[in-house]
Design a binder for this molecule. Sequence first.
Ligand code: COA
Length: 206
Amino acid sequence: MTSTGILIRNTQPRDIAGVVALQRECFPAPFPEELLWQAEHIARHLEIFPEGQWVAEHEGQIVASCTNLLLFEEHWQAHLDWESTVGGHFLRAHTPGGTTLYGVDLSVAPASRGQGIGRSLYQARFDFVRAHALSRYGTAVRMPDYQSQAQGQTPQAYAEAVAAGTLTDRTLTPLLRMGTEFLGVIENHMDDEESGHAAAILEWRP
Ligand SMILES: CC(C)(COP(=O)(O)OP(=O)(O)OC[C@H]1O[C@@H](n2cnc3c(N)ncnc32)[C@H](O)[C@@H]1OP(=O)(O)O)[C@@H](O)C(=O)NCCC(=O)NCCS
């Protein structure tokens, strides 16, 4: 339990409806709805890697969630598109024994943002990496203010400007502040117009 009464814990089957609803609040259009989790996807994540799924609960409500899987070193280093990296919605790429904890998503309810909940879920991820002696936490994150702010810059140049603090992005900036390091950009990562279809590669090493 955090000082603000938020409980961070592993996701349970009873949380599935709350997690599905939360995703829709957190990734509104123009983000493609078909990329969001359905209940059967979360149920599968809980079967294959229950210890790698977390929610934040406040007064009985699910206010945040995150999804993760394990990848082998070569798979992480390849920095492929979303579908190939995670193996689609059922996370077919999850590899028990993999050395990278890969973050697929992080969703904090709009009304609960800016209170450190995202940071607490990142802390759970980092604690997991340490506890299991993994090599890293890694992710490829959207940068939804690219389209409105890039002014002709490439996704790489835009992400570099955000990493340098010259520009602020509502998703990339918080994730960098949580302690991740910017490694580069994957072009054509997923169907994500706001991000120029690109994603920023982020890593945290213990
Ligand atoms: C991105 C997101 C997860 C942040 O969660 P959050 O709980 O609001 O973040 P926190 O309160 O833990 O803030 C962490 C840090 O980021 C900063 N931050 C948070 N939102 C920010 C914003 N919009 N712009 C700039 N900085 C921001 C905070 O100031 C804090 O930094 P500090 O501690 O150094 O001051 C949340 O906005 C969200 O769910 N967005 C929609 C879904 C999404 O994009 N998910 C991530 C990719 S899958």
